[in-house]
Design a binder for this molecule. Structure first.
Ligand code: EPU
Length: 416
């Protein structure tokens, strides 16, 4: 199993190109199932999760080719309608094929995702929405089985604005008969990217990016040729890397408007930003100032940046209180940051971080994707050598992380 060895203490400097967004690419790939023929998605990051999505589509009978950051998917010969346990258990986003399969083929059998490192993560909202649209949904030996002659429009309200829930139902509603309203929908940029792609396929969607999305179903959709948006979480992660090392880094191919909450928070901790025509320059201070944080659905501060922010606060001047409101178990990085000398205590969903003068390199274990990123950030600032074990989590969501860091001057090595 690969490990990442980082020698900390170097100010990062230079330019880095942000990749396409994993969480925009995965739903877009699933959306190709809504039409028959060849779709192309450009700007797709080369990640384990994208490959897993590819295997899932191939398993359904689709052609899937990844060449030079583009994915070509041929959905003319879909002959199976199942997302097997082996794939869903490694990637929960597999559940995104549920809506498209039921909408286009009238049936789907998708393994119910189990809990994962960050929480229980149920899919009851996805299922409730499909049922409201007329699907029959039952559970069979750990699988969700959904069938429908043709989905029909419905008015759906989400208790919680679920990202993949909104995406699944937006895709399903695009081929339903009649109008669907998703109330309290997720407003993340990835939802908007998917809506744009669906519209290019012939779907009629209004309000993506707002809390109420209205979808007028059509009888047929056509394949697409579209781009994914830049990865705002990768971008935020490199902002944090520059911030903690007192660095001076230019992030290219990034959309700062997708990161308003992160940029504003980082400014409060002393990080300086300079908008550039091709991206944004991020200048870290000599020492960060402590700041409190609460994660919220978009446009609030993303839960996917909470662990990275905590790494910053672990060396800031003062004490910060960090509240995680999206996932019930997203503090797995705390124990690892402590191994590096951080002073953090956790009570329920609140972490109190007393900033220390410096961290010290240690052996640490990555527990999930964003926890891994926070350990990388901490390691960049730590004195001496940090070895991050279980690197496969990082590889699921960050394209060529160590190469990009090395280009900024970091001393990083992957040990196989
Ligand atoms: N929830 C329910 N019922 C549902 C669906 C969600 O109770 O049917 C709850 C969840 O348990 C959670 C909250 O609603 O407490 C929000 O979850 P959401 O459904 O929005 O999360 P998701 O769609 O499963 C996506 C991203 C995550 C990201 C979250 C929150 C993808 C593929 N995944 O997950 O990304 O953390 O939104 O922004 O888009 C990551 O990239 O590291 C990652 C975990």
């Amino acid at each position: 199993m690969d490990k990442l060895v980082i020698k900390g203490g170097i100010r990062l400097k230079g330019e880095v190109e942000i990749s396409g967004a994993k969480n925009a690419a995965l739903p877009a790939i699933a959306a190709s199932l809504l039409a028959s023929g060849k779709s192309r998605l450009k700007g797709v990051p080369d990640l384990v999760d994208v490959k897993t999505m590819g295997r899932l589509l191939e398993n359904l009978g689709a052609g899937f080719q990844y060449v030079d950051s583009s994915v070509e998917i041929d959905t003319a010969k879909i002959r199976r309608f199942e997302a097997p346990y082996e794939l869903v258990k490694t990637m929960r986003a597999s559940v995104l094929v549920l809506g498209p399969l039921v909408a286009r083929f009238g049936r789907a059998r998708v393994s119910l995702p189990g809990g994962c490192a960050i929480g229980a993560r149920p899919i009851n909202l996805h299922l409730m929405g499909l049922e409201k649209m007329g699907a029959k949904v039952r559970l069979d030996k750990g699988y969700v089985v959904a069938t429908a002659k043709r989905l029909k429009g419905a008015h759906i309200y989400f208790d919680i604005p679920s990202v993949t829930g909104t995406e699944n139902l937006m895709m399903a509603a695009s081929l339903a008969k009649g109008t669907t309203i998703i109330d309290n929908a997720a407003r993340e940029p990835e939802v908007v990217n998917l809506a744009d792609i669906l519209v290019s396929m012939g779907a009629k969607i209004k309000g993506a990016g707002e809390s109420i999305i209205v979808i007028e179903g059509v009888d047929e959709l056509r394949p697409f040729d579209q781009y994914v948006i830049p990865d705002r979480i990768e971008c935020g992660t490199f902002m944090a890397a520059s911030a903690i090392t007192g660095g001076d880094v230019i992030l290219k191919n990034c959309r700062p408007e997708h990161l308003d909450a992160v940029v504003l928070k980082l400014k409060e901790t002393g990080v300086a930003f300079e908008p550039l025509s091709a991206g944004i320059r991020v200048i870290g201070p000599d020492r960060l100032e402590a700041n409190d944080l609460k994660t919220m659905p978009y446009p609030g501060f993303p839960t996917d940046m909470q662990a990275q922010f905590m790494a910053l606060m672990s060396v800031a001047r003062g004490t910060s209180v960090i509240q995680e409101t999206i996932f019930e178990n997203r503090f797995m990085h705390v124990a690892e940051l402590r191994r590096m000398g951080a002073d953090i205590s956790v009570q329920a969903a609140t972490a109190t971080v007393k900033g220390v003068r410096g961290l010290v390199g240690a052996d640490v274990m990555a527990t999930d994707l964003r926890a891994s990123a926070s350990l990388v950030i901490a390691a960049l600032a730590a004195k001496g050598k940090t070895t991050i074990h279980r690197l496969y989590h990082l590889d699921r969501g960050y394209e060529k992380m160590e190469e990009k860091l090395r280009r900024l001057g970091a001393i990083v090595e992957r040990v196989r």
